[in-house]
Design a protein around this ligand. Structure first.
Ligand SMILES: NC(=O)c1ccc[n+]([C@@H]2O[C@H](COP(=O)([O-])OP(=O)(O)OC[C@H]3O[C@@H](n4cnc5c(N)ncnc54)[C@H](O)[C@@H]3O)[C@@H](O)[C@H]2O)c1
Length: 296
């Protein structure tokens, strides 16, 4: 059956709204696609990333494609820089109707450190950049009066917040913290009708995603297990656009899976068959280490 396409001109879901997207690096980035979808839906955008990403990425091109979006460099873990950014936004753009947090990083993953032997300074940095930055971002936006009543805040998460995915290492802990911050801040933000949610996305071939050990295998496993298959970055962006719109104004403090149904599947018959066939191969069994848990 042919897949349904989003109307080329969009649905005007974000007409008249202003928002900021953190974390677009290149075309593969989820944040990049969210920015494109938001501008297709009529939003006026501010884009932000760390200064080095602005240099190596192509954010100016995205800004142009989004009708001349403002670009402001900022390390999202740095309170001073966040305050500078939101004060500039308040002054030059006005109050924002949405904030998208689509960023994260782990030096431990990047440098191939096993979970047992994480570098603790890097571990703290993982939590700071990938999770606490959301708290800092919201506080700075509120302190600078840069967020409007009824705004929507969305941050990107992954199922490793709830389940053990060994290769996701300390990022699993960061995502658990991120989702907890969404709940803790959510009730407070509700006093101004501001909503906040995480979207838990399928494995997606981006720079950050592909940096995970054995990403290609995780991607394929999820794709074959999900009834609808893995969700792409573009599909994620369409979903996020609905969460930024007024259509979802009573959705808050949720972790919303956008994963083709993966999170609700136990197993599937084709996967069982594959597993059963693999078990007939002694060499595969020896190599897989089924007799002990992986300490890494
Ligand atoms: N790719 C996946 O498989 C997948 C799945 C689920 C969730 N996510 C999440 O989606 C979000 C976006 O990641 P992506 O997959 O698009 O990868 P990406 O590499 O395109 O984006 C990560 C971004 O984080 C930015 N960043 C890193 N440190 C920063 C800092 N200190 N301040 C500001 N920005 C910083 C990077 O510059 C980059 O733009 C992340 O939260 C990621 O964990 C990704």
């Amino acid at each position: 059956m042919a897949e349904q396409q989003v109307a080329h001109e969009g649905y005007g879901l974000l007409k008249g709204k202003k928002g900021i997207v953190f974390g677009a690096l290149d075309e593969s980035s989820i944040g990049w696609q969210i920015a494109l979808a938001a501008c297709r839906e009529g939003a006026q955008l501010v884009l932000s990333n760390v200064a080095v990403a602005l240099r190596i990425g192509a954010l100016d091109g995205l800004a142009e494609a989004c009708g001349g979006a403002t670009v402001i460099p900022c390390d999202a873990s740095n309170v001073e820089e966040l305050n500078g950014l939101f004060s500039k936004v308040r002054e030059e753009v006005g109050q924002l109707d949405f904030i998208v947090h689509s960023l994260g990083m782990s030096q431990n993953i990047r440098k191939g450190k096993s979970y047992r032997q994480v570098n603790y300074d890097w571990y703290l940095r993982t939590l700071d950049v990938s999770a606490i930055s959301l708290h800092k971002m919201i506080t700075a936006a509120l302190d600078n009066d840069a967020v409007a009543d009824g705004a929507s805040i969305v941050a990107m998460s992954y199922i490793a917040a709830q389940r053990n995915y060994s290769t996701y290492s300390d990022m699993g802990d960061a995502k658990a913290l991120l989702e907890s911050i969404v709940r803790s801040y959510g009730s407070r933000l509700a006093t101004r009708k501001i909503r906040i949610n995480t979207v838990s996305q399928s494995p997606t071939p981006t720079r950050a995603g592909s940096g995970i050990d054995n990403f290609d295998k995780m991607y394929e496993f999820a794709d074959r297990t999900s009834p609808l298959g893995n969700a792409t970055a573009e599909e994620c962006a369409d979903y996020v656009a609905t969460l930024l719109s007024d259509l979802t104004r009573k959705v808050t403090m949720q972790n919303l899976y956008h994963d083709g149904g993966y999170s609700s599947i136990g197993t599937t018959l084709p996967m069982l068959r594959l597993f059963h066939e693999a078990l007939k191969d002694q060499e595969l069994i020896d190599g897989a280490g089924f007799d002990h848990l992986d300490m890494d």
